[in-house]
Design a protein around this ligand. Structure first.
Ligand code: ATR
Length: 473
């Protein structure tokens, strides 16, 4: 390839890498492409070479020299050791001021470590979240780049050009320094877990409570998808529920083994939330629910345990459907509120200047959690960037207040009839906890002081106190 003939490069021609490269080429960027195994690069040229200007290289050396300085090289290989190996090789070939972009799903602490090491060598390292799956990468993902503000000047316009757009605004912004981009991508995925689980709980309750078929529930979801719950995941659920298995003629959802998989981003979100002491109960319960579904040994052992006493006997079908819809909506608001709190806490901890309004804005389209709802979240944080929790915004508070009687009814019915609703019920507990005038935490402080002399504070004066507890012999 001719030296300096490409604007940007992508190494790693797996599905995500080639789709990002094709998206860039379609937007008139000259794209250098490379893959460890050269045949994959040839494949891309054979299949898609006429979609734009690609500059293929067999060696990483040629790939680097085909880039126009300051060079921008996107790494799209497997997270972990492979990413480290490719970054090391690239760093040896690049010059001061060049930019390495990791567009994989790296853990933000790895990104922070890599960024610090490469900065010492005069290189920019941008951990960049990309959401939207394969189709998103090709047609317009939501893009969450971290790294230096300086690197965004060179990189940002190219990424913005290939991202999804809402009302002409790109679903891409500079999130914050070093690992901020991968951090918010992680929380995005955690929120996605909660979003999927609340839809699952609604489905389960409608099915068991009303004896509806998956196809009937699909129709209800299609209706919900026209209102506040309008989202990509609701649309996906509608499609999945109406799918009939070709072999058996049964609803496909009844043929699929009910054990949810996970790749770890939900778990990271929860682990990190524990480190930051932010209660992300919605994401946490959603992650644990996947774990429970796959805990085959325990499920087998418990399969004959006593369940419900009462039979379902819902008199007003439509009222129950509305109860469930409201419970879903309220639980979703709680889960997002908690996820945004986690971003807020990390921004303080790591010194990132993250605009929560911008995060909601770039998630309105392109990504898996895209939804009408995120337009309302954007408005809430635009109005008050310091919002302590999403529910403190009038619009969302009113929504939750309206949902409250419905939500309480659904959670109690679920408990009475033995239907697990971990995110619905824990979200309601969070709501009741966060609004409580007094919490039993006072007793816990007393307990801690009793057995460990951990001291406590008083409601009526300043200071720290310890009681000489009267102990029996
Ligand atoms: P997909 O499933 O999306 O096609 P994949 O098969 O997981 O993606 O491959 C991801 C990319 O990581 C591939 O481009 C792979 O290169 P090869 O085609 O040569 O296998 C790349 N990759 C994985 N480990 C790598 C390593 N240690 N060094 C360089 N590239 C690596």
């Amino acid at each position: 390839p001719a030296p300096s003939s490409a604007d940007i490069g992508v190494t790693g021609m797996g599905v995500m890498g080639r789709n990002l490269a094709r998206n860039l080429a379609r937007h008139e960027h000259r794209v250098a492409i490379h893959n460890r195994t050269a045949s994959k690069t040839e494949d891309v040229m054979d299949q898609f070479g006429d979609e734009g200007t690609f500059v293929p290289s067999e060696s990483l050396e040629d790939f680097v020299s085909s880039l126009t300085p300051p060079r921008v090289a996107i790494v799209m290989v497997q997270a972990g050791a492979a990413t480290d190996a490719v970054i090391d090789d690239l760093a040896d070939l690049l010059d001061e001021g060049d930019i390495i972009v990791d567009a994989g799903n790296a853990l933000f602490t790895d990104t922070r470590r890599r960024e610090a090491a490469l900065k010492e060598r005069g290189l920019h390292f941008v951990g960049c979240g990309v959401s939207g799956g394969e189709e998103g990468a090709l047609w317009g993902p939501s893009i969450m780049p971290g790294g230096s503000a300086d690197s965004y000047k060179r990189l940002g316009p190219m990424l913005e050009s290939i991202s999804a757009h809402v009302d002409g605004e790109p679903c891409c912004t500079h999130v914050g320094e070093d690992g901020a981009g991968h951090f918010v991508k992680m929380v995005h995925n955690g929120i996605e877990y909660a979003d999927m689980q609340v839809i699952g709980e609604a489905y389960d309750l409608l099915r068991r409570g009303l004896g509806l078929t998956p196809a009937e529930i699909s129709e209800i979801f299609a209706e919900w998808n026209k209102g506040d719950l309008d989202s990509y995941l609701m649309e996906v659920s509608t499609e999945v529920l109406r799918q009939v298995d070709a072999e058996t003629g049964k609803p496909l959802v009844d043929i699929i083994v009910d054990q949810a998989g996970q790749k770890g981003t939900g778990m990271w979100t929860v682990q990190t939330a524990l480190d930051l002491a932010v209660p992300v109960t919605g994401i946490g319960e959603a992650t644990f629910a996947r774990g429970l579904s796959s805990a085959v040994v325990q499920r087998d052992a418990a399969a004959d345990f006593e369940g419900i006493a009462d039979e379902w006997n819902i008199a007003d079908r439509d009222a129950f459907i509305e109860d469930v819809r409201q419970a879903l909506y309220a639980s979703k608001i709680i889960a997002y509120s908690q996820g945004f709190n986690e971003i807020q806490a990390a921004a303080t901890e790591y010194g990132w200047d993250i605009s929560l309004a911008d995060m909601a804005r770039i998630w309105r389209d392109g990504c898996i959690i895209r939804a009408r709802f995120l337009g309302d979240v954007t408005k809430a944080y635009d109005k008050n960037p310091e919002l302590p929790l999403l529910l403190a915004d009038e619009y969302f508070y009113n929504a939750v207040k309206t949902a409250l009687p419905h939500w309480r009814r659904v959670v109690s019915l679920a408990a009475l009839h033995g239907v697990p609703a971990p995110v619905f019920s824990s979200s309601l507990s969070y709501y009741d906890g966060v609004r409580a005038d007094r919490l039993p935490a006072a007793l816990i402080q007393g307990q801690r002081d009793y057995f460990g002399a951990h001291t406590y504070k008083r409601v009526d004066k300043e200071g720290t106190f310890h009681t000489l507890w009267a102990t029996e012999e």
